[in-house]
Design a protein around this ligand. Structure first.
Ligand code: FMN
Length: 355
């Protein structure tokens, strides 16, 4: 099917961002996803946590919060899909409007606040995929309910519900839109949280154990990052995702809409998220696989994340501005960049900036 984004894109961007997103999900669900991708390029394959990623470009959490369009997203050419964030109970999220485009900056601000259908609905959809032996790497990103009095209990419930149904699980402690959530990144609460979710996973004695990753914010100090690296390694976590949206507004002085409350994503996030990625790679000595996300809008951006220490990358906001062609462009552009720098495979380029 040909790419209709050049026609649909401007139309979608003329609509309210949330309406445009819902419409996009329905179009994907209806099978209107273009198949733009070439054959998989062997040099871009990655094997991590016992999983085979056909290419390193994934779609970040928040696009498919309820796991409704996992198959269509894989068909677009993504090497993996991360569903969620999903919380134990369904919840409506914050009042609308709660999502804003900053078109001139190729950015977004959102304060959705984990609107989602809850673990039961997401588990049902992922179970259907498993039953039908659908191919492709699928992760599930889990969070806590806004009104929960037991945050750790919510994450443990997420592990119990989804561990048998996802290839990897992400403990999301970095959304800026749930009060108190990011405090779970502090040393003691984080150690307690990681011990609890890892124990829950072990207790399940699964044949296929999902990797457990932690997704962190870009707004952390060097001391915070050192603590996260230490606690993650000590606990035996499998990897980190760097990063979520930022509460900062870098370079956005005087930009209309920049004062909206929420997390900023897209181009202006690239620099800080890549800096934190690089720092975490250094602090963990490359011992923990990292997923780099934040402001990727080209193959060059993806490659910069890989050189900084990412084994895989994810995109979200740039898709809104460039459409699904972005996935193909990154996949086509990466081999040339590897060749230019003399790397035979993508794996060989991971963390190259640190050598
Ligand atoms: C509209 C929107 C909703 C998001 N929802 C979530 C979410 O539910 N959970 C999560 O971990 N990250 C969420 N994110 C953050 C993205 O997964 C990603 O970390 C961030 O947007 C940076 O990548 P980007 O600059 O390519 O968009 C959301 C981002 C956007 C733009």
């Amino acid at each position: 099917m040909i790419d209709l984004f050049p026609v649909f894109g401007p139309l979608l961007r003329s609509l309210d961002p949330e309406v445009a997103h819902t419409l996009t999900l329905r179009l994907l669900e209806a099978g209107l996803a273009p198949r733009l991708c070439d054959r998989e390029e062997p040099r871009l394959r990655q094997r991590l946590w016992g999983l085979d990623f056909p290419n390193p470009v994934g779609i970040a959490a928040g696009f498919d919060k309820n796991a409704e369009v996992v198959g269509p997203l894989l068909s677009l050419g993504f090497g993996f899909v991360e569903a969620g964030t999903v919380t134990p109970k369904p919840q409506p999220g914050n009042p609308r409007p709660r999502c804003f485009r900053l078109t001139g900056q190729q950015a977004m601000i959102n304060r959705f606040g984990f609107n989602n259908q809850g673990l039961e609905a997401v588990a049902r959809r992922l179970a259907t995929r498993r039953r039908r032996h659908r191919r492709g790497v699928v992760g599930a990103n889990i969070g806590r309910n806004k009104d929960s009095v037991d945050a750790i209990g919510d994450y443990v419930a997420g592990v119990y519900a989804l561990a048998a149904l996802a290839d990897y699980l992400v403990i999301n402690v970095s959304s800026p839109n749930t009060p108190g959530l990011r405090a779970l990144q502090d040393r003691e609460p984080l150690a307690e949280l990681l011990a609890a979710v890892l124990a829950a996973r072990a207790e399940l004695c699964l044949k296929r154990t999902p990797a457990l990753l932690l997704k962190i914010a870009p707004d952390l100090t060097s001391d915070d990052l050192a603590a996260i690296a230490e606690v993650s390694l000590e606990a035996g976590l499998d990897g980190l995702i760097v990063s979520n949206t930022t509460i900062g507004r870098p370079g956005l002085d005087g930009v209309a809409g920049a004062s909206e409350t929420g997390g900023l994503s897209g181009r202006p996030l690239f620099e800080s998220s890549t800096r934190v990625l690089s720092e975490i790679y250094r602090l963990t000595g490359g011992r923990l696989p990292l997923i780099g996300v934040g402001g990727i809008a080209s193959a060059e951006d993806a490659y910069a994340k890989i050189r900084a220490g990412a084994s895989l990358v994810q995109v979200y906001t740039a898709l809104i501005y460039q459409g699904p062609r972005l996935v193909r462009d990154i996949r086509r552009g990466l081999p040339a960049l590897l060749e230019r720098d003399g790397f035979a495979t993508l794996t060989a380029a991971v963390g190259a900036d640190h050598r």
